[in-house]
Each structure stands twice: as structure tokens, then as C-alpha cells.
Design a protein around this ligand. Structure first.
Ligand SMILES: Nc1nc2c(ncn2[C@@H]2O[C@H](COP(=O)(O)OP(=O)(O)OP(=O)(O)O)[C@@H](O)[C@H]2O)c(=O)[nH]1
Ligand SMILES: [Mg+2]
Length: 447
């Protein structure tokens, strides 16, 4: 993606539906003269928002296919430009022929994300909303779809804008103090702004918490199942994935290669990895498996550390190099023991065999990945948003310190300017061509 194209309203076209065969496919055309180009291909007079059944013709006037043409007049279209959708039969060859026909009449093939980029440049969407389109399309769970939908509707952008307005208010206050210092009142200059800025700091805390949860929901989590041989790791992945994907036997050392399953944990996309049991062994193949387990351990977002309650010393040594914050202790085979201790906050007692405790484990996984406030994940967010929010808060806190000292008003003003800029990056109020290029180039063609 070459950042912002040189002539951002030249006519572009792309197949908007995924490659492959189906009943229908949609080809989109947007930009200056789209209606004229469409008129040449359909030989019909297109009326805004009226579906017209028509033939599609190539550059030589030969009929390619027939379908619907739907015209959206600027600015009332997705891109804000004149836009025509062609609904043809879902065959990639037909789509290509139709694309060639449009190009023969003056359109060019769109770059990845170029339709959404134009929507952004024409103020139909802000940047967070444009990202939400990509996230909505790539969502793998219903909850991701719903939260991405809320971001697309502007839930996140509205909160960002509210804080942004607050920042502008305080910044104006600081500028006023600088322009008209109230030297007689005896109060520290800018003191009155401390309260509103503190309140903004609190709002940023809340927004960060929500964004963090939204980002985790967006990114999903890798959860490794680790423990000594024979404790029931493969049985657990099979139960969670509801499929016999891993071999289970009563022999210790059954699993060697990691076994991966993508599952959904109450709306959260989770990649489970079953691993070779950790022990000292002379078996070369098993040893290689254990090395892989250690690599997976290092990278997992969360580690389910399993043990077998029926063994004399079930816990055994903790897996090395894993911080407690990433571990959930899972005590398996409760069906084999008469009684067991109360579960602490970071542990679960269960029996994969009877299914008892499985729901508690699933809850715990979700809670640990999404954070305590998981019930309120109001929107989907990305690492980029988190980064911008963190920088905003750092500048706000630095401005607070300046105000606290009562001097350094100019520094506070500068911090607030930087805070405003960092926050504005989320919605694209402040954005560079590089940023736009990197965001929209991730989109697939036709978006
Ligand atoms: N009674 C009982 N047996 C279980 C339970 N979970 C697993 N098992 C049995 O424990 C044995 C080992 O199970 P696996 O799932 O293969 O254990 P693993 O941890 O993957 O073992 P390795 O791959 O060798 O490291 C099998 O015979 C399972 O049927 C449980 O909750 N209760
Ligand atoms: Mg196994």
C-alpha cells in the first residue's frame, strides 16, 4: 500500500467476496466516474439505490454474465464516492472477466484496504472503526463479532473522543493561565485544572482496562497444558476440544509432538497446546518432545499445570521459568481420591473422566485471560490502541505533576499537547501516511 494514493478518487475496482465458487459474488467499483464506467459495462442508466437486473459486457461489447448492478451516489456510499456493486455469479473466472471489463472502461484494480482507506479519508469512518471492519471479518467467535460490531458502531471512538474533549478543555485552561497569569490571587497557577485532569487520568484507567480486555479478546490466547507424564494432559485437551485429537494411554510418555486445538472459551478464541509430559528420560524421542514443551511453556499466555491427585506427591516441582501470573494449577483425577483440599484462587480441582470441575476451569481460563472485568468487554481493541492509550496516560500524569508543582505550566501545556496527539492517533485525528499505510495494507483486497 503506497500510503495515500496520488489521486485518491480515481476509479478502483475489486472482487469483494472471497475467492472460490458460490451462488453469487460481488465486484465493487468506486471513485470518480464510477457511474459512467458502470453504464458502459451494463448499458443501463443506473438510478441511486435501485437494483437493476442487467447484462455485464466486456470491452468488445460481448456479454460476460448477467446479474444486479446497485449504484450508490456520492456521498451516500461506503467510500463516500460514487460506488457501484455488481452482483454476478460466484465464479472466479466471471469475476476476473468483469474486472477486466471495468478496467477496459477506465478503472484500475484496488490496492488492499483501499475502499476502507477512502471511507476513512472521506470521513465515513474513523481509523478505529476502519480497523473494526477488518476485525469483524476476522472474528472467530460470536463474542468477537459482537464486540467488533460495537467498535464499528463507534462505541470505542466515542469514549476516546470524550476523553479527547476533556483534554482539550484542560489544555485550553493551561493556555489561558499562560496568556493571562493571575498573579494577585496567590493560588498556584493552574491549580484549578488539577481536579479535571485527575478525573481524566481516572477515565483513561478505565478505558485502558476495557481496551486491554478488548485486545485480549481480539488476539485470543495460547494456553499450554503442561505437567508430568500420565497426569491427563491429552485427556484434558480432548475434553476441551470435544474431539479425540490426542492419543491417550495409561503409559507415561505417550505424547511427544505438541497437539494443537483451536477452541472457543465462552467467546474467547483459545489455542490449546497439549505437550509431552515433563520428566527426565533416556528416550531420545521423548526428550525432543520435552524440549518442545519448554519452548511452548516460554511463549504461552497461560499455562495449565496439571498434576494427578492419585499420586503420592502430586504437585512435583513447578515447571521452570514460568511466572506464577501465567499459571493455573489443575489437580486432576479427583474421582480417584476420597477428598481434596479447597481450591485456592489460582487452582482448580477436576476430573477429566467424570467432567466434574471442567466448567470451573473454563471460567478460570477466561477470567485470567480477559481480566477481572471480563463481563464488560465493550469493544474490540488492538495493541496499537493500547499503546496510544498508555502514551496518553503517561503524558497526562506528567502534566499532573507539573500542575502539582504549580510552576512548569508551559511543560504541562506541552504534555497535554502530546497527550492529545497520542489519543488522537486511535481515531486517526492525528495520523501519518506511514500509519495509514501499515493499517490499511493489512486489509485484504476488496475491503
Ligand atoms: N481416573 C481418571 N483417569 C484419568 C483422568 N484423566 C486421565 N486419566 C487417565 O490417565 C491416563 C493418562 O492420560 P493421558 O491423557 O494420556 O495423560 P498425559 O498427561 O497426556 O500423558 P503423557 O502424554 O504420557 O504425558 C489414561 O489412562 C487416562 O485415561 C481422570 O480424571 N480420572
Ligand atoms: Mg499426552
Amino acid at each position: 500500500m503506497p500510503g495515500v494514493p496520488p489521486s485518491p478518487d480515481d476509479p478502483i475496482c475489486a472482487v469483494a467476496t472471497p475467492p472460490g465458487r458460490g451462488a453469487l459474488a460481488v465486484v465493487r467499483l468506486s471513485g470518480r466516474g464510477a457511474r459512467v464506467i458502470a453504464g458502459r459495462v451494463t448499458r443501463k442508466e443506473l438510478i441511486p439505490r435501485k437494483a437493476v437486473l442487467t447484462g455485464f459486457r466486456d470491452g468488445n461489447g460481448e456479454r460476460i454474465d448477467q446479474g444486479l448492478a446497485l449504484y450508490f451516489q456520492a456521498p451516500a456510499s461506503f467510500t463516500g464516492e460514487d460506488l457501484v456493486e455488481f452482483h454476478c455469479h460466484g465464479n472466479p473466472v466471471v469475476c476476473e472477466m468483469l474486472m477486466d471489463a471495468l478496467c477496459a472502461q477506465g478503472a484500475r484494480r484496488a490496492e488492499p484496504g483501499e475502499f476502507s482507506l477512502r471511507a476513512f479519508l472521506n470521513n465515513k469512518l474513523d481509523l478505529a472503526q476502519a480497523e473494526a471492519i477488518a476485525d469483524l471479518i476476522s472474528s472467530t467467535t460470536e463474542q468477537c463479532v459482537r464486540t467488533a460490531g460495537r467498535s464499528l458502531q463507534g462505541a470505542f471512538s466515542r469514549r476516546v473522543k470524550e476523553v479527547l474533549e476533556g483534554l482539550v478543555g484542560v489544555r485550553t485552561g493551561v493556555e489561558a493561565c499562560l496568556d493571562f497569569p493571575d498573579e494577585d490571587s496567590g493560588a498556584l497557577p493552574g491549580k484549578a485544572l488539577h481536579g479535571p485532569l485527575s478525573a481524566l487520568d481516572g477515565e483513561l484507567d478505565e478505558l485502558l482496562e476495557q481496551a486491554r480486555s478488548g485486545e485480549r479478546l481480539h488476539a485470543g490466547a495460547t494456553v499450554a497444558i503442561v505437567g508430568a507424564p500420565n497426569v491427563g494432559k491429552s485427556s484434558l485437551i480432548n475434553a476441551l476440544a470435544q474431539s479425540e485429537i490426542a492419543i491417550v494411554t495409561a503409559l507415561p510418555g505417550t505424547t511427544r509432538d505438541p497437539v494443537v486445538a483451536d477452541i472457543e472459551v465462552h467467546g474467547l478464541p483459545v489455542r490449546l497446546v497439549d505437550t509431552a509430559g515433563l520428566r527426565t528420560t533416556g528416550d531420545e524421542v521423548e526428550q525432543l518432545g520435552i524440549e518442545r514443551t519448554r519452548r511452548i511453556l516460554a511463549e504461552a499466555d497461560l499455562v495449565l499445570w496439571l498434576d494427578d491427585l492419585s499420586q503420592p506427591d502430586p504437585a512435583g516441582p513447578a515447571p521452570e521459568g514460568v511466572e506464577a501470573s501465567r499459571v493455573i494449577r489443575v489437580h486432576n483425577k479427583t474421582d480417584l481420591v476420597a477428598r481434596h483440599a479447597e481450591a485456592g484462587r489460582q487452582e482448580v480441582y477436576l476430573s477429566v473422566k467424570t467432567g466434574s470441575g471442567m466448567e470451573a476451569l473454563v471460567e478460570r481460563i477466561r477470567e485470567r485471560v480477559l481480566g477481572r472485568e471480563q463481563a464488560s468487554t465493550p469493544f474490540l481493541a488492538r495493541a496499537r490502541h493500547l499503546d496510544a492509550l498508555q502514551r496518553t496516560q503517561a503524558h497526562v500524569r506528567s502534566a499532573l505533576q507539573c500542575l502539582h508543582r504549580g510552576q512548569d505550566l508551559e511543560l504541562a501545556g506541552e504534555d497535554l499537547r502530546l497527550a492529545q496527539q497520542a489519543l488522537g492517533e486511535i481515531t486517526g485525528e492525528f495520523s501519518s501516511d506511514d500509519l495509514l499505510g501499515s493499517i490499511f495494507s493489512e486489509f485484504c483486497i476488496g475491503k
